[in-house]
Design a protein around this ligand. Structure first.
Ligand code: FES
Length: 219
């Protein structure tokens, strides 16, 4: 007899939902009409944090960088990164939704990635700070001042190790400064390109809130 893959059940604030095999708590809840708070859906913003009251989950990514020690001790998890390992019970502040514009932003970013990033393979050649500093071209670190994935304090420490590099901290921006503050982002990149000699300083150059940079008469 063919084996049958069984899903599990989850109780969200006491309301029962089905969770398909391999499905995250967040997607199962949204699929069944629960207005579960979320924003990025990739473990990057912390909006979907909730408390695991009963049961166990398998976490798809390391969540300790978003949850405090106290939260982890109290059983908090990220619903978008948690796949139930059996029946579970979860408590969450429903209705504590992210600002609509940010939810739309992160949903759009997630839609760019057709591949399942959890099954990606590949090689990442690490470079030392000394090697980076010796490459002979300007290196820019650009960081959102409110970024919780790569906090500005950590970026400052790395930048200090790379000889001749620059650091720009973008106010009122988190992890997606290029979308949250496009004018400042574009102006910064433009300055870097001018510094590297890839863009002249004489052309008509401007950035706008749609996030475009135009150089000279192009475009
Ligand atoms: S929705 Fe952003 S961490 Fe889960």
């Amino acid at each position: 007899m063919a084996s049958q893959v069984q899903g599990t059940s989850a109780w969200i604030n006491g309301q029962r939902i089905d969770v398909a095999p391999g499905e995250t708590l967040l997607l199962a809840a949204l699929r069944q009409g629960i207005d579960f708070p979320n924003r990025c859906r990739v473990g990057g913003c912390g909006t979907c944090r909730c408390r695991l009251a009963e049961g166990e989950v398998r976490e798809r990514t390391e969540t300790a960088y978003l949850l405090s020690e106290d939260e982890i001790r109290r059983g908090f998890i990220l619903a978008c990164q948690s796949v139930p390992a059996g029946d579970v019970s979860v408590e969450v502040a429903l209705g504590a939704a992210a600002p609509r514009e940010l939810a739309a932003l992160y949903t759009q970013i997630a839609s760019f990635n057709a591949a399942d990033r959890h099954s990606l393979t590949g090689r990442f050649d690490a470079r030392s700070a000394a090697e980076l500093g010796a490459m002979g071209f300007p290196i820019l670190f650009l960081c959102g001042a409110d970024d919780i994935l790569f906090p500005v304090e950590a970026v400052r420490m790395v930048q200090a190790e790379v000889a001749g590099s620059f650091l720009v901290e973008v106010n009122d921006a988190g992890h997606s400064a290029f979308l949250e503050q496009p004018v400042q982002f574009n102006d910064t990149i433009l300055s870097l390109l001018q510094m590297a000699g890839h863009v002249g300083t004489g052309g008509a150059v401007h950035s706008n809130t749609a996030g475009y940079v135009r150089v000279g008469g192009e475009g």
